[in-house]
Design a protein. Sequence first.
Length: 353
Amino acid sequence: MKKNIFSFLLVTFVSIASAQVFPTDEWAYNENPESDGWNLEKLRELRDYIIDSTRVTGLVIVHKGQIVFSYGDLDENSYIASCRKSVLAMLYGKYVEDGTIDLDKTIEQLGIDDVDGILPREKSATTQDLISARSGVYHREGYPGGMQQYAPERGSVEPGSYWLYSNWDFNVAGYVFEQETGKNIYDEVEAQLAKPLNMEDWYRDFQNKQGDTTISKYLAYPMWFSTRDMARIGLLMLNKGNWNGEQVISESWVDEMVKERTSYQEINTNVPVFKDTGINYGYGYMWWLFQNMGDDRYKNAYTAQGAMGQAIAIYPEIDVVVAHKTKAAYRRRNSRQVRQNLMMKPVEAYNMK
């Protein structure tokens, strides 16, 4: 009997020790990451790489809810570029699930038009096509940052049939969100994410829409976060929308966001700059998916990505979140290859058991 009680207590202790933790007002730091599988020499090499070869201004690695590595300024708010799109995808969930947003509605049904018009073929694109980057609408972007230099001839593809990363899609997705819900995107970030996650640095007054309405009337919705608050978003996603027992985003919607809508083969074909970079990216609902990596540490992993070097990467198989960024105000950027390396080097520092 005593042996059984001892075994029960031992199992309970191990379970508690290895359980996920969540930051409250501040993050907890793992004081002995080596005991949890982290190679300290590789973490030192990562720090040297960041200093010598990147323009990163803040980076944090979170394992099981605790910080195991940090670099730079983690609390400064700055522009997170296209990571905004992945955040918008998170906001969509509750309104898709309660029927407020119908992903099958076409942009014609939604009353979407634009400067110089939308082509008849383009009008059948749905909201689902917009958030999958598969609309087939190649109208000019009023806020740059897409890849329309790789676009087929306008009106040449059927909506839903072809992937292209276009800010027109994403900006219109923001407009549709606000039109259908009657809610402001930034107010929803605050209500759905900043407050439930107890973000340390969120500041509503920094958030303002931008765009050239002489090109397209649909504005972008730039977002400003600190690196450590980006990591909170990643930790929420890692835990399937659950934050310390509260289901902030439904698990089913998290699964929908990171379900493959476009394969890495199609992306590598449509936008050749993605080939031979070391990472094969598929695409979900405004989240990039790691595919065909040949390493179990990347199984089911995915990431938000932004220009110059902003990222929130989630690696479920190893219970890891990586958030990093480069402050846009410095007008410095990391090359595409450096950005790929920053997705891989933290993973290489973890010894999967």
